[in-house]
Structure formats: structure tokens, C-alpha cells
Design a protein around this ligand. Structure first.
Ligand SMILES: C[S@@+](CC[C@H](N)C(=O)[O-])C[C@H]1O[C@@H](n2cnc3c(N)ncnc32)[C@H](O)[C@@H]1O
Length: 269
């Protein structure tokens, strides 16, 4: 088990789908528009949301290899209806140990959604070693960038957000996580090794009617903030109660900053 439940991934999927940056996706679609067949590896695929989001919108036939270390999530992939002209295979592996195995064979595109903020600088550079050696493009979406906007304002918001962002940098299994710095670090690194990068915001906008998503996100932040020990238990609980009350009253909205980017090597296959 990875700690990412299928229920949570299903709850966030429509917000992710709306948030994905259209210009960045257009750059992906444009690069591959003449291709008959696209071979894509999706790292840390969860239940396969990237296939559902992108498969129908790419012109070429597609072979997707979906890699994750959670067999329960991969079992859901096996049951998913696939878009026309799309084939999907799954591979269960731990990307901290077996990244290179996930990338074996001919690949045109590496996709990673909501992954890079979990990984360390060392792992990111290991990924780049693999992709640059074989001129593979990288499409990374929904990298959390540290921006959280909450309305209405609460006096404890800033302390909670600071604690959440500190928690994001703790080890998520890949070594000390890049957290909110992930997209900027990845873009700078890919550019430094000769990639050209298109990037854009892919923020979640969670409106006053989106009670389930708001309550889940707020509870997750309260738990993360509590784990850092940066706030008293009473302050975290008070903050969560006030924010939940605002959600129930239909007064709350949340924006969560994310970044998408598409990195293409000088000599694309
Ligand atoms: C935030 S979820 C994103 C899932 C999916 N990409 C999406 O956008 O819906 C992070 C994913 O990383 C996977 N993961 C975490 N650590 C991993 C590891 N060491 N090896 C492989 N997958 C891992 C989890 O199982 C989970 O599916």
C-alpha cells in the first residue's frame, strides 16, 4: 500500500482534469501529431487517470505502460475501459529501486502526474539521466508549488500553510522530497541538460459547493501540520473546526497552486 487511496484519487481526478494546463498539453499534442504510434510510460500511475485525461486527446495510437508500487491501485487500472486506439499494460514496481526497469524498451514520452513533489533531487536527476540518454520527452503535471489560497481568511492560515509546506519536504519514500520546489527544480535541471521546456499553472480551484473535496483537503493539511509539531494540537483543531464550519456554510473556497511542464530534448525521437 502506498498511502494514496483509490477513493482519494477518484475524488481529486476531476479537479486534476480541469486544472491540467491547456498550453502545456497543446505542446505535447503538437510534438506528436504526425506520429502513428506513441509509447508512453506513466510513472506512479495510481488508477490510470493520465490515460483517461490524455488518451482521448492525443491523435496517435498509444501504448501506455503504467507503473506504480501499489497493486491495489493497479488492479483498478485493469478494470478501466480504455479509449479507442489505446492499449494499457501495468507493471508493479518500486520507483525508488526500479526506475530504470520501468523505463526499459522504446519510449517516446514519460508522463508523471502528481509525482515530482514527492521525489528527491537525487531521484529527479536519476530520471533525467535515463530520459536524456535516450532523447525521451517528459510531461509532468500537477506538481504542487506551495501556493494555497483560502477564503474566507483565518488568522491561523499562514501558520498551517507554512507547516504543510514543511511537511511536503519530508521523505515520501524517495529521500528528502523537493516538495513545493519540485517543478522549478525539475525545469531548471532539464534546461541545464539541453531540454526545452514549456510550463504553466495547473491550479486546483475548489469552489464553495465542493464540500467533499474541501473537507478532504483540509483534513489532510491539518494532519500534516500536526505531524510537523509546528503548531499546538489545540491551534490545529481550532483552525480545522473553523474551516469546516465555513465549508458547511457554503462560504469557503480554496485554490491550490500546481505547475505542469513539458520538457523536450534537442533531438526528439
Ligand atoms: C499523488 S498519487 C498520483 C497518482 C496518479 N499519478 C494520479 O495523478 O492520479 C502518487 C502515486 O505515487 C505512487 N507511489 C508512491 N511511491 C511510489 C514508489 N516508491 N514507487 C512507485 N509508485 C509510488 C502511489 O502509489 C500513488 O499512486
Amino acid at each position: 500500500m502506498s498511502g494514496f487511496s483509490a477513493a482519494w484519487l477518484a475524488l481529486r481526478e476531476p479537479y486534476d482534469a480541469r486544472a491540467r494546463n491547456a498550453e502545456v498539453f497543446s505542446a505535447v499534442a503538437a510534438l506528436f501529431k504526425q506520429r502513428d504510434l506513441l509509447r508512453i510510460v506513466d510513472l506512479a500511475c495510481g488508477t490510470g487517470s493520465a490515460v483517461r485525461a490524455l488518451g482521448p486527446r492525443l491523435a496517435a495510437r498509444q501504448n501506455w505502460r503504467l507503473a506504480d508500487n501499489d497493486p491495489g491501485l493497479l488492479a483498478d487500472v485493469a478494470n478501466m475501459p480504455t479509449p479507442k486506439d489505446v492499449t494499457v499494460s501495468t507493471v508493479a514496481l518500486d520507483l525508488t529501486r526500479d526506475l530504470e526497469a520501468a523505463l526499459e524498451g522504446p519510449i517516446d514520452l514519460v508522463s508523471a502526474s502528481a509525482l515530482l513533489d514527492l521525489v528527491s533531487k537525487t531521484w529527479l536527476e536519476r530520471l533525467a539521466v535515463e530520459t536524456v540518454a535516450r532523447s525521451i520527452s517528459v510531461y509532468a503535471t500537477l506538481c504542487y508549488d506551495g501556493r494555497i489560497e483560502l477564503a474566507p481568511l483565518d488568522p491561523l492560515d499562514a501558520s498551517i500553510v507554512a507547516a504543510v509546506n514543511a511537511h511536503q519536504c519530508t521523505d515520501k519514500g524517495f529521500g528528502p522530497a523537493l516538495g513545493p520546489a519540485a517543478a522549478a527544480a525539475a525545469i531548471a535541471h532539464f534546461e541545464s541538460i539541453g531540454y526545452s521546456v514549456v510550463q504553466g499553472a495547473s491550479d486546483w480551484t475548489i469552489g464553495p459547493d465542493d464540500h467533499a473535496m474541501q473537507l478532504e483537503v483540509l483534513a489532510g493539511w491539518a494532519s500534516a501540520a500536526h505531524e510537523t509539531g509546528k503548531l499546538t494540537e489545540a491551534d490545529t483543531a481550532t483552525w480545522l473546526t473553523r474551516r469546516r464550519d465555513a465549508v458547511t456554510a457554503g462560504l469557503s473556497s480554496i485554490r491550490v497552486g500546481h505547475v505542469d511542464f513539458f520538457a523536450t530534448p534537442m533531438h526528439t525521437r
